[in-house]
Each structure stands twice: as structure tokens, then as C-alpha cells.
Design a protein around this ligand. Structure first.
Ligand code: HEC
Length: 126
């Protein structure tokens, strides 16, 4: 428990210290990783973090980023099946009334941009 508290204090200190304008890109990627971990990693393999995780029918982020239109796909993921059932973007009507089989979550366009910044790092690192 103490170690976890220490780790999160350390992580936020690190974010504060690195929030100089020139390190903005890597900051966005870090935040995007955190969001991906919280919201997407249950179904998707999002990188080394859960290389053996995810659910069988969800493509891994590392695989999807190889397609030429990956950015478009990620920017609009909430309107692509199966996400409309459980993903809510403020300002956009929920696309489906089907009872969610997965705990619904809300995500903003800005947060999606952060995820895209993270996914971009997967593209350059593989
Ligand atoms: C409940 C499981 C689940 C969660 C949570 C989930 N996804 Fe998915 N996602 C899927 C499945 C299943 C597919 C494959 C759909 C298909 O092939 O028809 C998919 C496909 C995608 C695609 C490709 C869509 C396309 O049409 O090309 C993207 C991009 C994507 N997910 C991004 C995300 C992001 C970003 C998050 C987190 C914010 C997320 N997903 C959370 C299950 C999930």
C-alpha cells in the first residue's frame, strides 16, 4: 500500500517536472497510456504492458497501428462496433440503447487525442 502511494506521488511529481513545453508530446503519450490502461486494456492488448492480456476478438493496439488509417480509426473508435454500446462521448448521443455488456465509460475528445498520442509511440517503437 505504502509503495503504491509512493509510486503515484512519484509519478505525479515526475509529470510536474517534465511538463516543459518541449516534452509535451511525451507527456501526452504518458497520459494516453494511462487512459488506455484504464479504459481499453481489459479488451485490447495495448502494448508490452499487457502483452498476454486482452480478449481474443479485440485487435491489439500494436497491430492496429500498422494500418495506414489507424489514426482515423482511433479518433472515431467510439462510433465503431462494439464501442457504441459502452462508450459515451460528451456532446454525442449514445449510438445504441442495447444494454451494455461491459461497464460503460465516458471519454472526451481531448482524452481520445491523448490515446492517439500514446498509440503513435507504438508505431515508432516497433
Ligand atoms: C469491451 C471490450 C472493449 C473495450 C473496453 C474497448 N474495445 Fe476497442 N474493440 C473491441 C473489439 C471486440 C474490437 C473489434 C471489432 C471488430 O473487429 O469488429 C475493437 C476494435 C477497436 C478498434 C478498431 C475499430 C475499427 O473499426 O477499425 C479501435 C481503434 C479500438 N477498438 C479502440 C479502442 C480504444 C481506444 C478503447 C479504449 C478507450 C477501446 N477500444 C476499448 C473491444 C473493446
Amino acid at each position: 500500500m505504502m509503495i503504491r502511494i509512493f509510486a503515484s506521488v512519484f509519478a505525479s511529481a515526475l509529470l510536474t517536472f517534465t511538463s516543459l513545453p518541449q516534452s509535451r508530446a511525451s507527456n501526452s503519450a504518458d497520459l494516453g497510456f494511462e487512459l488506455s490502461r484504464q479504459l481499453c486494456s481489459r479488451c485490447h492488448v495495448i502494448g508490452e504492458y499487457n502483452r498476454m492480456g486482452g480478449i481474443g476478438n479485440s485487435p491489439s493496439f500494436t497491430w492496429m497501428v500498422k494500418s495506414s488509417d489507424w489514426r482515423e480509426r482511433f479518433l472515431t473508435f467510439y462510433s465503431r462496433r462494439p464501442h457504441p454500446v459502452f462508450t459515451r462521448v460528451p456532446g454525442y448521443a449514445l449510438w445504441s440503447d442495447v444494454p451494455p455488456y461491459y461497464p460503460p465509460f465516458e471519454i472526451t475528445r481531448d482524452e481520445i487525442d491523448l490515446i492517439v498520442a500514446y498509440v503513435e509511440t507504438l508505431r515508432t517503437s516497433q
